[in-house]
Write a protein that binds this ligand. Structure first.
Ligand code: HAM
Length: 414
């Protein structure tokens, strides 16, 4: 009886080798940029205590209210598959006493994240982010450096149609007065608002800017804007971030309606959008989160960072990366030579060459055909008398001493 055929769970996908090559290029490019700028890699667990995200990301956010994959372990603890990376990294910063290191601590990461969202192009339930954080500085230089790194990554990869939107939420204290003003505006126009927005006037009024409801959008067009209300140090900080980006030649647009789906942001927020992505147009974004480390039990520690979606970058690039092919395929004309072939292929690999041998018990003809299919540039044939080396592009074949095979093959690669 045929067994049941399974499918990957809704909102997830397999990364097949062709897509994996594109993703490797994205991750390698990012890793090189991070390394040059001194953002050291960090990895945190895939699951954390549920409370970390409730407190860190915020009770009123969509992520915490609706999108977390939460489960109980056998000890009755509530755990959650990480929906984002910043709260875990701040937890790790506090837990590992990283405040004692030279500040800021500059970190980078890449890995899977989980949100129970309605799947569509560019939106998945398991997706992958790469990101960078600078923890322990409130300098606008850190904001500008980080924004510049993401701009550089997207440019170096060749992502087309990218725009940078910039905003500022001010510090937590300064924001309080503004939020009262915004709530009053929302209440005055309550009838025109979407139900969801109306229900969250008190809990999360800023998210009204993000609504795709037409009535709400009309109300928000007239709403007071936080960027226009910034004062004192908040205004100075934002002005300096802008001046630094101007000096660095990073183009941006101020977006007074920009808000983000996580509660921890303070001051600078930014979003890189791409016109090739349809509804899920944000390719990456982030901002400052000056209160998060303290909220998670650490000392007051300002910080800034971003994350970008690997799938969204790949979608925007819409490219394929050719498989590299093999330097050599080692064929055996005589099954007796198989042990020798296995030893030899090991030597070739240790010498830095990509080398394969037949794993399927094919005859010589079948092996040559296979070598061609996998894109081998040369084929070495071990036969009864010794060895032959064939150049697959010219078809030229000549006898070589078995003892000289390694040098001969390496010569054919150069
Ligand atoms: P976020 O905006 O929630 O921020 O996610 C960052 C990026 O992850 C998005 O711009 C998008 O490219 C990608 N992304 C988010 N959700 C999905 C999904 N369901 N499917 C595919 N891609 C997705 C954060 O997560 C913050 N931790 C960023 C940050 C770091 N802020 C400061 N430091």
């Amino acid at each position: 009886m045929a067994g049941h055929r399974y499918q990957a769970p809704r909102g997830t996908f397999d990364v097949l080798p062709e897509a994996a090559r594109v993703r490797a290029r994205i991750q390698d490019t990012a890793a090189a940029i991070f390394a040059r700028a001194g953002y050291e890699p960090i990895a945190t667990p895939i699951f954390e205590d549920t409370e970390l995200f409730e407190r860190g990301v915020g009770h009123s956010t969509d992520i915490v209210r609706k999108e977390m994959f939460t489960f109980e372990d056998k000890g009755g603890r509530s755990l959650t598959l990480r929906p984002e990376g910043t709260a875990p990294i701040c937890r790790a910063y506090v837990e590992n006493g990283m405040h004692a290191l030279a500040q800021p601590v500059k970190l980078s990461y890449a890995g899977p994240f989980f949100r129970h969202e309605r799947p569509q192009a560019g939106r998945y339930r398991q997706f992958h982010q790469l990101g960078a954080e600078a923890i322990g500085t409130d300098s606008p230089l850190a904001d500008a450096e980080l924004i510049g790194l993401l701009a550089e990554l997207l440019a170096e990869l060749g992502v087309p149609g990218v725009e940078l939107r910039l905003g500022s939420l001010g510090s937590l204290d300064a924001r309080r007065a503004y939020l009262e003003e915004l709530k009053a505006h929302l209440r005055a126009h309550e009838d025109a608002l979407a139900k969801e927005v109306r229900e969250r006037i008190d809990a999360n009024p800023l998210r009204a800017f993000d609504s795709d409801d037409e009535g709400t959008q009309a109300v928000m067009a007239e709403a007071p804007k936080l960027v226009e209300r910034l004062e004192g140090e908040d205004a100075a900080h934002f002005a300096e971030v802008r001046a630094l980006l101007d000096a660095a030649g990073v183009a941006y647009e101020i977006d007074p309606t920009l808000v983000r789906g996580l509660d921890y942001y303070t001051r600078t927020i930014f979003s890189f959008v791409c016109d090739r992505l349809g509804a899920q147009s944000e390719i990456g974004g982030g901002g400052r989160y000056d209160g998060l480390v303290e909220q998670l039990g650490g000392k007051p520690t300002p910080a800034v960072g971003w994350a970008a979606g690997i799938e969204r970058i790949a979608l925007a690039l819409d490219e394929s990366v050719e498989a590299t092919g093999r330097d050599v395929f080692l064929a055996v004309a005589d099954p007796e030579r198989r042990p020798q072939a296995l030893t030899l292929v090991g030597e070739l690999r240790r010498a830095g060459l990509s080398a394969e041998l037949d794993l399927a018990g094919r005859g010589l003809k079948g092996q040559l055909k296979h070598a061609d299919r996998i894109g081998a540039r040369q084929v070495a044939i071990l036969d009864a008398d010794g060895a032959q080396l064939r150049d697959m592009s010219s078809g030229e074949q000549r006898p070589v001493e078995v003892g000289n095979l390694l040098e001969e093959i390496a010569g054919g690669v150069a």
